[in-house]
Design a protein around this ligand. Structure first.
Ligand SMILES: *[C@@H]1O[C@H](CO)[C@@H](O)[C@H](O)[C@H]1NC(C)=O
Ligand SMILES: *[C@@H]1O[C@H](CO)[C@@H](O)[C@H](O)[C@H]1NC(C)=O
Ligand SMILES: *[C@@H]1O[C@H](CO)[C@@H](O)[C@H](O)[C@H]1NC(C)=O
Ligand SMILES: *[C@@H]1O[C@H](CO)[C@@H](O)[C@H](O)[C@H]1NC(C)=O
Ligand SMILES: *[C@@H]1O[C@H](CO)[C@@H](O)[C@H](O)[C@H]1NC(C)=O
Ligand SMILES: *[C@@H]1O[C@H](CO)[C@@H](O)[C@H](O)[C@H]1NC(C)=O
Ligand SMILES: *[C@@H]1O[C@H](CO)[C@@H](O)[C@H](O)[C@H]1NC(C)=O
Ligand SMILES: *[C@@H]1O[C@H](CO)[C@@H](O)[C@H](O)[C@H]1NC(C)=O
Ligand SMILES: *[C@@H]1O[C@H](CO)[C@@H](O)[C@H](O)[C@H]1NC(C)=O
Ligand SMILES: *[C@@H]1O[C@H](CO)[C@@H](O)[C@H](O)[C@H]1NC(C)=O
Ligand SMILES: *[C@@H]1O[C@H](CO)[C@@H](O)[C@H](O)[C@H]1NC(C)=O
Ligand SMILES: *[C@@H]1O[C@H](CO)[C@@H](O)[C@H](O)[C@H]1NC(C)=O
Length: 760
């Protein structure tokens, strides 16, 4: 492979293999006239330094992954910097120390220069020849992203090499700092003109935040196919050639039109947010620019940086706001994660609320839509119903006066302000329930619990990701009966899932939880209800046995640990009392250091036994997902469904899962595009080089009969609270005594997506 440099650099090449996946054109299937872009065509995806959300910006790996996972006409973006000898390289920053190992290779070559009037210290490309940079390796410049691929030795590439090696469908050069290079007697103008005269390279767009640069090159590009684009920076930043702020330049887009055919604006120019990250009404910028004949490209799209709360941590929702809002569409979006805008444009835009389901994936809520409202409140449940959930869930807890209620946890501290209330002195330690102390629902009456303030859960708070602060204390708690009333009034629901935990303890203390549930269901008409199903979930087989003996409800066995497999005899046992199983994400795709290492055979084996498999918990926050899913919850859901073969998701953001199953890319049978293909388990992990590999982890244990089989439930203890009905002992079952068969074979997924291997 030809390096333009005369130095021998081991060029590692990421070879991307797309097996059984055929890329299809975005234009082919969408009705072009519906796009409110300037041209009326679908908006463009611009891969910012390639797929820089995963691999080092401007690296071969990043650009290859972008081509694999994006629309077929994706635009590859290259930030051009000039070397001392005038070569143009793709590199994201004026300073090479960010995004490469230059500071290690050339320890004492740090300099200080004025950049737009600001004294700036670092390693600058103008101090190195292209040959010298041959020893420098690209690495991940954004510290919050994984550095595990930094051992892949991706070299710095020239603009011409990038084009020749990647053969991009469309190519974009961004010239961020013409003035600086001019001060150092290097000419960006000469560089872009020479590249554009090279018949082997087609430049589709050249952008710059400097007016003088674009004015200067505009005459040379008048009759060319290359589009010039003016890039707006922060509203208060000063444009160096006019001394005006970008905010004031925005007031005269007629002026911009004299030298450019388009503009780039940070996304907040179009959809501003307030100080709390809530979305404000849109500006008229896109409509104004379109009137002027200017294309509008929005920048600053990152799946892994918190964006407005209005999107509920769902990046597809954010892209749709810019291209499918009924008023306007931007003409392109510049993203570090180009898979997500690609799917938004081709699979999700203009779907309509009633788009039909393409796949049979059951969507079960986790404490209602608890990503948006405090869990198990009226607001969380009505949001889940509004968002198209199939099944709403009630984790049943008992109050002191024997009322079954819905609460995410038996410990009130987890979901209420009880610790700050007059009931804080009810703190108890009960080892049978949990380690440490808590304030338990059965120590307060229902009327007392009703006075407590709900708290929204924020499971990713260790990463400073919090949920919907405006509604963090909204809603009211419900009894099981009130929950069932809400459910039976929602005609769109397929049913309810009622989960029961800690039953033996509760029964011993006199709380007849199982009878209370049966009683509430029967009173709410669910005894004989046929239009909605009742699912009873428990990690205790004895609870499910009791319901099996008295009802024909759907019984769901919850496996409450991560498992690596299950004995055949154990699966037979489960089948004897349940029709479905809930397992963790890790039991499907085990992870090490947030990389998926493989796929277990748990799902295929459970399904072969005719058990439905539901997986928990699918959340939108990017920190809850493995790196393999590109910080995009839709990619994760898709991989578990198409790749993992699961039957349902349990999610605190049902809107995202419901929209996923309606996306039009799923009905293309054998032509599922790259951005709607499941990721290949272990493919990213396989790209980590030895020095960066995390220590291997022991596989998860097998689920055994001993985990599943339990003694029958105890009878309700005599000191039952006055209001609680009495309990009944279960018909005991004995282990079936079948031989234990270890089945350790790991089944490979047949769907191949990211088979990326390293070659010399
Ligand atoms: C595209 O959509 C428009 C408006 O929704 C409709 O009038 C037109 O017939 C559609 N064109 C095609 C080819 O489907
Ligand atoms: C490196 O660049 C990234 C992206 O532009 C930026 O977020 C980060 O702060 C930079 N780091 C340093 C040390 O300059
Ligand atoms: C740029 O060139 C001019 C004239 O040839 C020279 O005077 C100046 O010192 C040079 N500047 C730099 C930074 O090399
Ligand atoms: C264009 O590509 C051909 C074949 O790869 C090569 O021989 C030629 O030198 C290239 N031309 C330029 C101007 O780079
Ligand atoms: C911009 O301001 C600087 C200093 O404030 C001045 O030297 C320069 O001439 C100004 N440029 C223009 C185009 O007004
Ligand atoms: C806007 O720019 C145009 C073209 O450069 C110029 O003729 C006009 O005076 C400017 N308008 C304002 C308000 O600055
Ligand atoms: C964003 O959410 C807030 C709070 O729910 C709401 O008041 C606001 O109208 C939303 N913004 C937009 C543009 O929908
Ligand atoms: C969507 O479906 C619902 C229920 O089937 C129906 O009431 C509603 O009118 C439909 N909306 C549209 C826009 O078709
Ligand atoms: C807890 O405090 C309340 C007063 O705030 C008191 O009435 C109650 O008896 C206390 N309970 C216990 C168990 O100490
Ligand atoms: C809480 O309830 C349990 C079970 O009824 C009881 O044993 C315990 O004493 C109660 N604790 C308090 C603080 O009331
Ligand atoms: C349910 O059906 C059974 C017989 O099929 C009947 O005895 C019972 O009354 C019904 N219960 C309700 C709540 O309708
Ligand atoms: C226990 O249940 C039976 C049957 O439902 C009922 O007749 C009896 O009165 C109950 N006993 C108590 C103490 O609630």
């Amino acid at each position: 492979m030809g390096s333009l440099r005369g130095i021998s650099v081991a060029i590692f090449v990421v070879q991307a293999l797309l097996a059984s996946v055929t890329l299809v054109s975005a234009q082919g299937s969408t009705n072009g006239s519906r796009w409110q872009t300037l041209s009326g065509k679908a908006p463009s995806v611009i891969a910012h330094g390639g797929f820089s959300g995963i691999f080092a910006d401007s690296s071969f790996g990043a650009y290859s992954l972008a081509l694999l996972t994006s629309l077929p006409d994706v635009i590859l973006w290259c930030d051009v910097q000039l070397t001392r000898d005038g070569a143009g390289i793709c590199f994201p920053d004026l300073k090479l120390d960010n995004n490469s190992d230059v500071a290690v290779v050339y320890k004492d070559r740090q300099k200080t220069y004025l950049v737009n009037g600001v004294s700036t210290k670092g390693w600058f490309s103008i101090d190195f020849t292209l040959r010298e940079l041959g020893n420098v390796i690209l690495n991940q410049g954004v510290y919050s992203r994984t550095n595990k691929f930094d051992g892949n030795s991706y070299p710095i590439m020239t603009v011409q090499e990038t084009y020749a090696q990647l053969n991009p469908p469309r190519f974009w050069l961004n010239i961020q700092h013409d003035a600086f290079y001019t001060q150092h007697n290097l000419s960006m103008r000469s560089f872009v003109l020479s590249v554009s005269r090279n018949r082997n390279v087609t430049i589709d767009y050249i952008s710059s935040p400097e007016v003088a640069f674009l004015q200067n090159i505009a005459p040379s590009f008048q009759r060319s196919a290359t589009n010039l684009v003016f890039r707006f920076l922060g509203q208060n930043d000063v444009e160096p050639s006019t001394n005006q702020t970008y905010g004031s330049l925005l007031k005269n887009i007629t002026f911009i039109k004299t030298f450019a055919s388009g503009i780039i604006v940070p996304k907040s120019y179009i959809w501003p947010v307030d100080k709390d990250l809530y979305l404000l009404p849109s500006t008229s910028l896109v409509l104004d620019a379109h009137k002027e004949g200017l294309e509008v490209f929005a920048s600053d799209f990152y799946n892994d940086v918190p964006f407005s709360f209005n999107y509920s941590y769902d990046p597809v929702a954010e892209y749709l706001q810019f291209i499918d809002n009924g008023e306007f569409s931007v003409d392109g979006m510049i993203s570090d994660f180009p898979i997500t805008p690609s799917a938004a444009i081709d699979c999700f835009a203009h779907l309509g609320r009633n788009a039909s389901k393409q796949v049979d994936l059951l969507v079960i809520s986790s404490n209602g839509a608890s990503g948006d409202y405090p869990g198990c409140t009226d607001m969380a449940y009505s949001k889940a119903i509004q968002d198209g959930v199939d099944v709403i869930d009630c984790p049943v807890q008992m109050t002191m006066d024997g009322t079954p209620i819905c609460l995410s946890s038996i410990n009130l501290i987890d979901s209420t302000t009880v610790a700050q209330s007059q009931f804080s002195n009810l703190t108890t330690t009960i080892p049978q329930i949990m380690l440490g102390s808590g304030i338990f629902s059965f120590n307060l009456s229902w009327s007392e619990i009703k006075t407590l303030t709900p708290i929204i859960s924020s499971p990713q708070s260790q990463y400073k990701l919090f949920r919907n602060p405006r509604f963090k204390n909204a809603g009211t708690f419900l009894t099981l009966s009130e929950f069932l009333t809400i459910a039976s009034n929602a005609s769109s629901l397929q049913g309810v899932l009622i989960s029961i935990e800690n039953a033996p303890f509760l029964l011993e203390q006199g709380f007849a939880v199982t009878n209370a549930v049966l009683d509430a269901l029967s009173k709410a008409g669910y005894g004989n209800k046929t239009d909605q199903k009742v699912m009873i979930q428990s990690s205790s087989s004895s609870v499910l046995m009791k319901f099996k003996s008295q009802t024909n409800y759907d019984l769901v066995y919850k496996v409450d640990e991560d498992i690596g497999g299950a004995q055949s005899s154990t699966i037979d046992d489960i089948k004897s009392f349940a029709s479905a199983v809930v397992i963790s994400k890790d039991s499907v795709f085990p992870e090490n250091s947030a990389f998926i290492t493989s796929a277990t055979n748990v799902v295929p084996r459970l399904k072969a036994a005719n058990l439905s498999v539901y997986v928990q918990t699918f959340s939108n926050e990017f920190t809850s997902q493995a790196w393999d899913f590109f910080s995009d919850p839709t990619v994760e859901i898709n991989s578990f469904y198409l790749g993992g073969g699961i039957n349902g998701v349990i999610t605190d953001f049902p809107k995202t899962s419901n929209r996923y199953r309606r996306n039009r890319c799923l009905n293309r049978l054998n032509q599922i595009p790259g951005y709607m293909s499941p990721v290949q388990p272990g493919s990213l992990y396989g790209l980590i080089t030895a020095p960066y590999l995390p220590p291997a982890e022991a596989p998860n244990p097998f689920l055994t009969e001993a985990d599943v089989n339990e003694p029958p439930l105890p009878p309700v203890a005599a000191k039952a609270p006055s209001t609680s009905p009495n309990g009944t002992a279960l018909a005991p079952t004995s282990p079936n005594g079948q031989p234990k068969v270890a089945a350790a074979a790991i089944m490979q997924l047949s769907t191949v997506f990211l088979a990326i291997s390293l070659l010399f």
